[in-house]
Write a protein that binds this ligand. Structure first.
Ligand code: AQP
Length: 333
């Protein structure tokens, strides 16, 4: 069955192994299926929910675009564009924010995590971020949204918003409720420094993540310094959750070699971490180094990247402006 795919990545720099294994690899697989219609968005409006340096933001928009292409998304097959070039996203987000309920947003755990203790000082944009995300998806009638595990709650909210809009305006199935596409295993990659914390772009420690722009030496060094525990490699899954760093590294390994956790545990059962880390570094270098080199090459051709975004935004705008016109009609504008 053909799928209409929509997903986005924030151009906030330092795209990492979590983004890659949790989301981008999945994008590439979906892009490669002939029957799918895919739209991949550089969500720059989401990025400004926290303060951004304008020059850095511009650079990061190109870098995220380059990462999509270097990872294997074909811009001839899929639409790649940046959100701020299509005005319907902002318009639709406002309309949907009038349909959404404060109680729903109050339950979003990502806001609580990102705003931290000082919620009063967080931007309103950071709070209403999931409504903009719903607008992104619903404008394109997406049937499936590939995301990492951390976005599951936002996807559920998107479905609630779509259903409420359809009820409020007596238009059954007008906004399509999308299905999340979340990897069954290894959908949340954790920090290399703390197995209980998500690997994240905004972690102040660069050693906490493998960046997709890291070279061979950096990858090897980061894996060498990755936190472990004093015990030998685990021999079964029992009590593995009490060893979050071992579980995370084994998860990364399993995801990269495409095998289940049990098989990876058997491969390294009782061995020293150093032996496992050498193997993991080799595999990571093999997977990430070509991507990193291609990102570097593409970044030297800014015009190519800007043209991809311009072409993509023209195509996206055609779809989104039609939908927003219908939305406006329904609400009586
Ligand atoms: N650690 C992760 N494991 C698995 N998937 C992940 N994703 C992010 N981190 C992990 C998935 O990557 C996609 C793009 O994410 P994003 O850049 O839009 O935003 P994010 O989830 O807020 O990513 P970060 O790294 O945590 O950014 P910061 O530090 O800026 O907040 C999404 O599908 C996400 O699920």
């Amino acid at each position: 069955m053909s799928k209409k795919i929509f997903s986005g990545v924030q151009p906030t720099g330092n795209l990492h192994l979590g983004n890659y294994l949790g989301a981008i690899k999945n994008f590439v697989e979906l892009n490669n299926k002939k029957e799918n219609e895919c739209i991949f968005c550089v969500v720059d409006l989401h990025a400004i929910t926290v303060k951004q340096d304008p020059k850095e933001l511009k650079k990061n928009i190109r870098e995220t675009t380059a990462t999509f292409i270097a990872s294997g998304i074909d811009p001839k097959k899929s639409i790649i564009f940046n959100q701020s070039m299509v005005p319907a996203h902002s318009e639709c987000a406002w309309i949907l924010s009038c349909v959404s309920r404060i109680g729903w947003l109050n339950r979003m755990t990502q806001f609580k995590e990102k705003a931290g203790k000082d919620k009063e000082k967080a931007s309103i944009g950071l709070y209403s971020y999931p409504v903009l995300m719903a607008a992104d998806i619903l404008l394109y009638d997406a049937t499936h949204v590939p995301v990492g595990d951390d976005q599951k709650q936002h996807l559920e909210l998107c479905r609630d918003i779509a259903q409420k809009f359809n009820n409020d305006f007596d238009s059954p199935n007008f906004l399509k409720t999308p299905e999340p596409l979340i990897q069954k295993e290894f959908s949340r990659i954790m920090s290399l420094k703390d197995g209980l914390k998500k690997m994240s772009k905004s972690d102040p420690s660069d050693l906490s993540r493998i960046n997709l722009t890291d070279n061979k030496e950096q990858i090897i060094n980061k894996i060498k310094k990755a936190k472990t525990d004093p015990m030998p490699m685990p021999s079964d899954q029992k009590n593995l959750s009490e060893r979050p760093e071992a579980e995370n590294l084994l998860g990364i390994y399993s995801s990269l070699v495409n095998q289940n956790l049990e098989k990876s545990i058997n491969d390294f059962s009782g061995k020293n971490f150093s032996e496992f880390k050498d193997k993991l570094s080799d595999i990571l270098v093999n997977e990430i180094e070509p991507v990193s080199k291609e990102i570097e090459r593409l970044l030297n051709d800014q015009k190519y990247l800007d043209d991809i975004l311009l072409e993509g935004s023209i195509k996206a705008d055609k779809i989104a402006s039609k939908k927003i016109k219908n939305i406006k009609q329904l609400i009586g504008f």
